[in-house]
Ligand binder design. Structure first.
Ligand code: COI
Length: 361
């Protein structure tokens, strides 16, 4: 299934107009999941495509013309006890608000964001559209696990002049998702592309940031790598992040390092969760600059983090034709422990002592 679009029937839509947000739930065309699974490829594609189309929304708008928009990604995870729970939606609500503020849009209320995420997942599940827990996932530490991906995003109102969006839409859709990275690859390469500049939008989950990511990642894939890693725009020396995820290095000294937040790094919710979990384990965790030379010479393990990425190991990093292999090309002990703890909490195998999960079912 990977990271592909099959929008579930219930979506949420709101627009800021006349000084307030006016929103509601839409039920797009659907059959039962079983009936849909029995359809021929073409009929199924037609039905799924119809759920992704909105005739009453403006095609020429500040997003389609100039990329002015932001988004979030969060997951509703099937629980070992049979339920379904969303991971830290309050954090995504807060980041969405900061992103909208950063793009000078009217800010979407955080309580409405959380409620609409819960309601879309719940209403889709009531129609039968959700993923069920599968105990086989425990065998590979949930690397092959499925979940419901929740994608809130803004879209600009109709307009063609280069302008800010004062009456944006906020949409929330759900779609099933499984592993983000292709199985069997775990090598990364440093890209010469620049993701974010100081005083730019790197700290915002802005759609436009991902244009460079798509270009850099496709170059990396073509060259046989799983992922690309960015260096800073000014000195071209310090590690920033992966194509759509934050990055961690576990050094030979025992220090776990991730680049410090600033205006060029995305403040990841999985990043923050991992920092907290690692500190709970008694590890020295530093949010600081780490140069490419230090990473290549001193790291014994490396992994990337994100909602989609989870905590995915990188077993090597190539820069200027030189390759650093971490842990002899195997998943490191700490990486595995962090991943097991994070996934264990998310899928309800380990106790949620931090109250990170919001139960939906
Ligand atoms: C996520 O991890 O959910 C993200 O937002 C990254 C996405 C671009 C795949």
């Amino acid at each position: 299934m990977a990271f592909a679009l099959n929008t579930y029937p219930i979506t949420y839509r709101s627009q800021f107009s006349e000084g307030k947000w006016k929103g509601g739930y839409l039920e797009k065309p659907h059959k039962t999941p079983e009936e849909e699974a029995a359809l021929g490829v073409e009929d199924r594609a037609k039905l799924e495509n119809s759920r992704n189309c909105y005739d009453d929304m403006p095609l020429v708008n500040y997003t389609s013309q100039y990329g002015l928009a932001c988004f979030e990604g969060l997951k509703a995870l099937p629980q070992k006890n049979g339920g379904l729970a969303i991971f830290r939606p309050d954090q995504n609500a807060a980041r969405f608000a900061r992103s909208m503020e950063g793009l000078c849009m009217p800010v979407f209320p955080q309580e409405t964001f959380i409620e609409a995420c819960v309601q879309t997942v719940k209403r889709n599940a009531q129609l039968g559209f959700y993923t069920r827990y599968n105990s086989d996932w425990e065998k590979d530490s949930y690397m092959s696990a499925d979940s419901v991906y929740i994608r809130p995003f803004t879209m600009g109102e109709g307009g063609i002049g280069v302008n800010l969006s004062s009456e944006p839409y906020v949409m929330i859709i759900n779609t099933p998702v499984s592993a983000y990275f292709k199985e069997g690859r775990s090598d990364a390469i440093v890209t010469n592309k620049v993701r974010a500049n100081p005083n730019g939008t790197g700290w915002i989950k802005a759609c436009s940031n991902y244009v460079i990511s798509a270009l850099a990642k496709s170059e990396a894939l073509k060259a046989g790598y799983m992922e690309c890693v960015y260096l800073d725009a000014v000195e071209r020396k310090y590690i920033e992040e992966g194509s759509s995820c934050n990055i961690f290095f576990y050094l030979k000294s025992g220090e776990l390092v991730t680049p410090e937040l600033g205006d060029t790094i995305l403040p990841g919710i999985t990043r923050a969760s991992i920092i907290e979990l690692a500190r709970d384990k008694g590890l020295k965790v530093s949010e600081r600059k780490i140069s490419i030379d230090e990473a290549m010479e001193e790291a014994k393990e490396c992994f990337v983090s994100g909602t989609a990425a989870g905590a995915t190991p990188l077993t090597s990093l190539t820069y200027n034709g030189k390759k650093a292999v971490f842990n002899n090309g195997n998943v490191g002990e700490l990486t595995a422990e962090i991943r097991d703890t994070l996934k264990g909490i998310q899928y309800g195998k380990l106790p949620d002592t931090k109250n990170w999960l919001v139960q939906v079912l």
